[in-house]
Design a protein around this ligand. Structure first.
Ligand code: AHR
Length: 503
């Protein structure tokens, strides 16, 4: 038996919808085929965007989309992707798979996609191989409504009105594929480049994201902050609204990675313990940020996270195509709970990547589309978006098969929506044991409860012949006990969402 304590009157911060954000790179079949098929495709589309994929993403209330990379961003020259499609440059995508990039998906197409999705925009600029002028002109092209060469060019290319950039990343992984820079060098470049990411619109400020650390590179975080922080926290804030953090879960390490679908119980726990490590990373990078920014005005932007396995046999290794099992569902559930619980610092997070790449929520094959276990978790967590985090804790046991990779059996977060309803998301990491849970909701009167669950064996997945092996189901076995207690048994290997309506 485990007790879950919830204090709805104690709220601990706002959960930005963007912590459930996504990422789409010109990589493999993410953009081309997965999202964009062109207007002449037989696959039903609106202005080239797949109708099935857009509808599925709207269902999970996709809050924000990052584009065009990733490593691709620091090789991307935006002028290659505007104007008549037939005259756009064709080139080799040297970073990913060596295939032809015809630039048919560019700036206009990205904004069209976000408009169809109804989501915020996150553009990643090029510091590694681009100039300050190029980045500055891109921002002008996208957001300036007055008289200027770039605004004129946009109009000439068919878009009269300026668009809105919500988030702008100044480079990507500049410690690696974005130029192999040292932290002080990048930080100085960041200061310069961000100066010209101008706010042309009066109705909104662009949220500027500085390129942060890889995994546990705390030295990077400290040096970048030391170099950008010159006078006082407010000065820092004027230049930087967010600092990114990238962390991928490789069950068997970066070199071997491991199969997406064939793994044993040991690897299950190893993977989940690596997912839980995200909390440590956020706390440790956050502690360094606290020294410079005690009021937490600069957000952690975890704009790349997820599992990264050995790609599916027979596929282009540069396409990073992998299957997605219940293990990925648990990795997603754990991460989204961690983001909720750290909502005072984590302002956005973007799963890598949205379609057909790494821990995708959607896989496509020709005109077919399937929803992965990870998709269903996002669908079950969407009710947390824009809520207030509520104080909660759960009793756990330590389980696992190897000392180094022990995990708590349960993991949860709780939020309160605008109507006062509570949303509990809870994961059972155990492969064998169900757990009886008694939830104590302090000082509330429960009116009704509804719940949904995702549960299957650890390596179950959906494929094009069997698209519904893993899918969420209603869960009706929750008992209300007295005014303020709920009781239920969570099966092993499952993700659950409970909505509690209170009086
Ligand atoms: O998501 C795949 C790649 O992983 C991204 O392009 C890069 O930023 C990271 O190394």
């Amino acid at each position: 038996m485990a007790k879950l304590y919830i204090k709805p009157s104690v709220t601990l911060g706002h959960i930005n919808p963007e912590v459930q954000g996504h990422f789409s790179e010109h990589l493999g079949r993410c953009i081309y085929e997965g999202i964009y098929v062109g207007e002449d495709s037989k696959i039903p589309n609106t202005k080239g965007m797949r109708n099935d994929v857009v509808a599925a993403l709207k269902e999970i209330k996709i809050p924000v989309l990052r584009w065009p990379g990733g490593c691709f961003a620091d090789e991307y020259h935006w002028k290659d992707g505007i104007g008549p499609k037939e005259s756009r440059k064709k080139m080799i995508n040297t970073h990913w798979g060596g295939v032809v990039e015809d630039n048919s998906f560019g700036t206009h197409e990205f904004f069209e996609l976000c408009e169809q999705l109804g989501c915020k925009t996150y553009i990643n600029g090029n510091v590694g191989s681009g100039t300050v002028a190029e980045m500055s002109e891109w921002v002008e092209y996208m957001t300036f409504d007055g008289v200027s060469p770039m605004a004129e060019l946009r109009k000439k290319n068919g878009h009269e009105k300026a668009w809105k950039i919500d988030y702008f990343g100044v480079g990507n992984e500049n410690w690696g594929c974005g130029g192999n820079m040292r932290p002080e060098y990048y930080a100085n470049e960041y200061r310069r480049y961000q100066t010209y990411v101008r706010n042309y619109r009066h109705d909104t400020q662009i949220f500027k994201v500085c390129g942060g650390a890889n995994v546990d590179d705390y030295e990077w975080t400290r040096k970048v902050l030391e170099t950008t922080f010159t006078r006082c926290p407010d000065f820092l804030h004027g230049q930087m609204d967010g600092l990114s953090l990238h962390y991928y879960v490789h069950p068997e390490g970066w070199d071997i990675k491991g199969s997406a679908t064939q793994f044993d119980d040991k690897v299950w726990y190893k993977t989940l313990s690596k997912a839980l490590y995200t909390n440590t990373l956020i706390k440790r990078h956050g502690a360094i940020m606290d020294e410079f920014d005690p009021d937490k005005k600069v957000g952690i932007i975890m704009d790349e996270w997820g599992t990264w396995y050995t790609c599916e046999p027979g596929t282009n290794p540069g396409f990073l195509y992998q299957q997605n099992t219940m293990r990925d569902a648990l990795v997603a559930g754990i991460h989204l709970n961690i983001f909720n619980k750290n909502c005072d610092r984590v302002k956005m997070a973007n799963l890598a990547q949205m379609v057909n790449v790494l821990q995708a929520v959607i896989l496509t094959e020709g005109d077919k589309m399937i929803l992965t276990p990870t998709y269903h978790v996002f669908n079950m967590y969407k009710d947390h978006q824009d809520n207030e985090l509520v104080d909660s804790s759960i009793e756990t046991k330590t389980i696992g098969l190897e000392e180094e990779y022990m995990v708590p059996n349960l993991n949860e977060s709780v939020s309160k929506d605008k109507e006062g309803n509570l949303h509990i998301t809870i994961n059972n990491l155990s492969l064998e044991d169900s757990e009886f849970i008694e939830g104590v909701l302090v000082d509330v009167k429960i009116q009704s409860v509804e719940a949904e669950i995702l549960t299957q064996k650890m390596d179950a997945y959906n494929d094009f012949e069997h698209p519904d092996v893993v899918k969420k189901q209603e869960f009706n076995d929750i008992k209300i006990n007295g005014d303020n207690r709920i009781e239920f048994t969570i099966p092993p290997c499952s993700v659950m969402h409970i909505k509690v309506v209170t009086e």
